[in-house]
Design a protein around this ligand. Structure first.
Ligand code: AMP
Ligand code: MG
Length: 499
């Protein structure tokens, strides 16, 4: 049903994907739910998008966010895509439980998709019910908003709505719909969908759309398609470096979960590491550790090679030349990643200039952290406070190490290196704090918030957690306990995608 009640649209849609050829998607509206109620509206995001929070949280707005009413200007559709899941080719995936309502231009001039996730079955649902449970919806809400507050490119969460319906998983669970906002929902797997069908015209149309929408500078290149590939590689190299620097583990880096725009997308069994170890895996379905923390850069490169492969026919007429150009481009991922990782790690250690030996110094700290089960986030955060020598509080950091001497030995060399730069302690501390967050969405806190919401309909822990995570780089004395790692009995060892 179109919205006839007011002149002004609740979403000022300006759609471009819906203008692409019909084989790119299936047109259908979301499936209504029985009793929608608002769990949370992200008011500050609504304002950035130029939307009216009051209207969105009024009954009419909630109906839209639940998928019960198709708002004016929407052209609802489910996008087609394919993908490599855990290395295996799946020629058709697509939005099996999501509907793109439309696109709008936000207050900063950026085009953004508005999508409902958990909005019912589509032609791409295969055996699924098209629905999402409250737990995973709140998880995505919390973690995506935490990522945004950390300054890491990500899809955003505009709203979570309870459906009033139960869905069948291992047990019966309450259902919910998430309104997700992204620069676009185009994935590496979207290109692979057309490549898998040898639909060169489709790849061309998609590439032109992506260049115009996300990488306009590529159109000035002699070889725009190769420039597009390079630009996507660049954004992913930076994105994955940013993940590594905060200890984020995506968990399901399938090519259908890798955004062409370089945003973190599809929060499933993702998690932030507590104690540091490169082999860390949380996902219950990642038995071999394919998507372990330390593998994320290589997997990103592997996924991008998949994108390159899909683009090959357009890179050059002669396929040997195309392969040569694409291979060289894919190989550049490592250097680009290393650049972002290194230049991100330097300031975490308080180093303004790059010098010989810095890399070894950083690697040595990480090695000692891994050997001693040191908490990733707190080690760096508290390191920021050691630069004020008058406080003499080294044990705040060394106490995070099983063998405190492992840190103390390293700290001698670190201080010697810091001394070369002679930066005033206050300035150094301020700069280090601005890159070493105090607050990350720790698994035990996320689980606690979800449990309270699902089992006791208590949204207080969820609201509180969101508030704390909104300013991750600032000390929040009343909420210091949110910075703490889990006690042994609170450790969450496994996370689930909950689909
Ligand atoms: P994900 O694991 O969420 O990245 O999803 C992988 C694929 O499975 C995508 O094509 C999803 O649309 C589809 N999918 C996931 N959960 C459901 C569900 N409950 N119903 C229908 N399709 C689903
Ligand atoms: Mg996905």
């Amino acid at each position: 049903m179109q919205d006839p009640t007011t002149d002004e649209a609740i979403f000022p849609f300006d759609n471009s994907y819906a203008l692409l050829p019909e084989r790119f998607f299936a047109r259908l509206p979301p499936t209504p739910v029985s009793e929608p109620s608002l769990i949370r509206l992200n008011e500050s995001l609504a304002l950035v998008l130029g939307l009216n929070p009051e209207r969105l949280s009024a009954p009419e707005g909630i109906e839209v966010l639940a998928g019960n009413r198709v708002p004016q200007g929407a052209e609802p559709l489910a996008m087609a895509y394919a993908g490599f899941q855990f290395g295996s080719w799946v020629p058709q995936l697509g939005d099996g439980r999501a509907i793109l309502l439309g696109e709008l231009i936000d207050c900063e001039g950026v085009r953004r998709d508005v999508q409902l996730k958990g909005s019912g079955r589509t032609p791409f649902s295969r055996g699924g019910d098209g629905r999402a449970a409250v737990g995973p919806v709140l998880r995505e809400y919390i973690i995506s908003e935490a990522m945004a507050a950390l300054g890491i490119p990500t899809t955003r969460s505009l709203a979570a709505v309870a459906t009033g319906e139960r869905i069948r998983r291992e047990t019966d669970l309450p259902g919910a719909v998430l309104t997700r906002v992204a620069q676009s929902h185009i994935r590496v797997g979207t290109f692979q969908f057309f490549a898998g069908r040898r639909d060169e015209a489709g790849i061309r149309v998609l590439a032109d759309h992506v260049i115009a929408r996300h990488y306009p500078e590529a159109s000035d290149s002699d070889n725009p398609i190769l420039a597009l590939l390079g630009a996507v590689i660049e954004r992913q190299a930076e994105l994955v470096a940013r993940w590594q620097l905060v200890g984020f583990i995506h968990g399901v880096m399938n090519t259908d979960n890798m955004s062409i725009a370089g945003e973190t997308i599809d929060y499933g069994p993702c998690a932030f590491m507590d104690s540091y170890h490169p082999d860390t895996v949380y996902s219950s379905i990642d038995h071999r550790g394919r998507y372990a923390y330390g593998n994320q850069p290589s997997i990103a490169q592997w996924n991008l090679a998949g994108l390159a492969n899909a683009l090959l026919p357009l890179i050059a007429d002669d396929q040997d030349t195309a392969v040569e150009l694409a291979t060289e481009m894919i190989q550049s991922f490592r250097t680009r990643f290393e650049h972002y990782y290194r230049t991100g790690l330097q300031p975490k250690l308080g180093l303004a200039e790059a010098r010989d030996g810095d890399r070894e110094l950083a690697q040595d700290l990480l090695k000692r952290m891994a050997e001693n089960g040191a908490d990733f986030t707190l080690t760096f955060r508290r390191l920021s406070d050691l630069v004020d020598e008058s406080l003499r509080n080294d044990e705040r950091v060394s106490g995070l190490f099983e063998d405190p001497a492992a840190f103390d030995e390293w700290a001698i060399r670190w201080r010697r290196r810091l001394g070369i730069e002679r930066r005033p302690a206050a300035e150094l501390q301020r700069d280090m704090r601005s890159v070493n967050p105090a607050f990350i969405p720790r698994n035990h806190r996320v689980e606690e918030a979800i449990k309270a919401a699902v089992e006791r309909s208590d949204l207080e822990p969820f609201e509180q957690l969101i508030e704390v995570l909104a300013t991750p780089y600032e000390d929040q004395p009343p909420h210091e306990d949110y910075a703490e790692p889990p006690r042994p009995d609170q450790i969450v060892r496994e996370t689930f995608c909950g689909t």
